[in-house]
Design a protein around this ligand. Structure first.
Ligand code: NAI
Ligand code: MG
Length: 393
């Protein structure tokens, strides 16, 4: 393994490291040494999160973890295990059962409590020749997942439905108990900050277009509202073009011509679907990184979950975790090191030393060691690769 002439600097950044559950722990353990190999002045602050915390104390994010997150510049999460209410209740110690402890996904808690409204999913041609590079930015706090989801029609909405020709007819047939209703909530504040974030991100990443994936021909009024806000924000970014495409067409073109996109921005549910499609376009969950960013905080995590069937087997692909660390480093200003990791992952994913999901038989630790060695070489300028080590990238 190659080694850098590491100069131990005084830590300038504190990173809260939360390995979580299942393969989250393994990919974290395998990938973290890259920070040392690159000689980065980061201090790691470890914190507990996830299923084991729930089993122990009926709380997936202990107060101590919130305190540690607050004391850090950014947080890095492995993955967590979530289970439905009945299984969650059964996993609690006897003394806590039936005491009103509710399982709330730690990922949701982090997003809500830290106000992380933008979910960022870069999609790059890791396995190919760098043909495409785009990013899906999903709104995290409102839209169709705002929590306005009703198991029957609420009484206060009945007059609204009765007065409408199109939606009124099926509802009158069904009656309030045989119908459900979910509301897509969009606010000017929520959309303005999301769109501004998308344009700023596009500019910082060298993208020249922002596409809003929506459905304005069907959701006519909320679509027009989003359009008006998009246009007013776009006026501040004359160097970046803006477009509004139907979300279904965007899905088609992400697969057929991914190179035509720069930044794709979408409300919560459309963005949720498109961002997983993005992981598919890249070649699978083992490769896809993400970040959740707000005005006062950020956390970074691979898109995949804890994959219980693979936990403890040393088989999971660590690439998504490395690319997630690269996003975190870029966020903290270490662009050169981030680019070194990205290009090391791309080369390793195409080498013989790759995990099962990429068609190889390397273990998590073997692939991680190969990526770390390449990252260190690239950061030190010892390897020239197909991926340019461009300071401005
Ligand atoms: P998952 O992402 O954990 O795994 C789905 C499948 O994808 C795995 O069985 C495996 O075949 C493949 N896979 C995932 N990551 C991989 C990797 N690094 N290398 C190779 N193959 C990989 O999703 P699943 O099975 O739906 O959920 C398992 C648990 O994870 C659940 O408890 C779920 O709630 C949780 N979860 C947590 C997330 C998070 O931490 N943000 C996100 C998604 C699920
Ligand atoms: Mg999803």
């Amino acid at each position: 393994m190659s080694s850098l002439p590491v100069q131990r600097a005084v830590p300038r950044h504190r990173i809260c490291v939360m390995p979580g559950d299942g393969i989250g722990i393994e990919v974290m353990e395998a990938a973290l040494p890259v920070l040392d190999a690159l000689g980065l002045p980061c201090e790691l602050v470890f914190a507990d999160i996830g299923w084991e915390c729930w089993r122990r104390e009926g709380n997936t994010v202990p107060q101590e973890t919130w305190d540690r997150i607050a004391s850090c510049d950014a947080a890095l999460l492995g993955a967590i295990t979530s289970k439905p209410p009945r299984e969650a209740e059964a996993a609690l110690p006897l003394s806590l059962r039936g005491t009103g402890h509710a399982f709330v996904s730690p990922v949701i808690q982090l997003r809500q409590r830290l106000g992380l409204y933008a979910n960022i999913r870069p999609v790059t041609d890791v396995l190919g020749e760098g043909r495409y590079r785009f990013t899906v930015i999903r709104e995290n706090t409102e839209g169709l997942y705002a929590g306005l989801d009703f198991a029957r029609i609420p009484a206060e909405f009945e007059p609204v439905l009765s007065g409408r020709e199109a939606s009124g007819a099926p509802w009158r047939r069904a009656g309030p108990d045989d119908a459900t209703m979910s509301v897509r909530l969009q606010t000017r504040h929520g959309l303005s900050r999301l769109f501004r974030f998308a344009f700023e991100y596009a500019r910082s990443q060298g993208f020249d277009r922002v596409t809003l994936a929506d459905k304005p021909n069907v959701l006519r009024h909320s679509g027009a509202f989003a359009r008006e806000i998009l246009e007013s924000v776009a006026a501040d970014y004359p160097d970046i073009s803006h477009h509004i495409d139907n979300v279904d067409a965007v899905a088609l073109w992400m697969v057929r011509r991914p190179e035509r996109f720069g930044v794709i921005v979408a409300e919560n549910m459309f963005g949720d679907i498109l961002s997983d499609l993005g992981a598919g376009v890249m070649g699978g969950l083992g490769l896809a990184p993400s970040a959740n960013i707000g005005d006062a905080g950020a956390y970074f995590e691979p898109v995949h979950g804890s994959a219980p069937a693979y936990a403890g087997l040393n088989k999971a692909n660590p690439s998504a975790m490395f690319l997630t660390i690269a996003m975190l480093l870029e966020h903290l200003g270490y662009r050169r090191e981030a680019a070194a990791i990205q290009s090391a992952v791309a080369e390793t994913a195409r080498s013989a030393c790759r995990t099962y999901d990429l068609g190889g038989n390397a273990s998590t630790r073997e692939m991680a060691a190969a990526i770390i060695a390449r990252s260190a070489d690239k950061a030190a300028g010892r390897l020239v690769s197909g991926f340019a080590l461009n300071e401005e990238k």
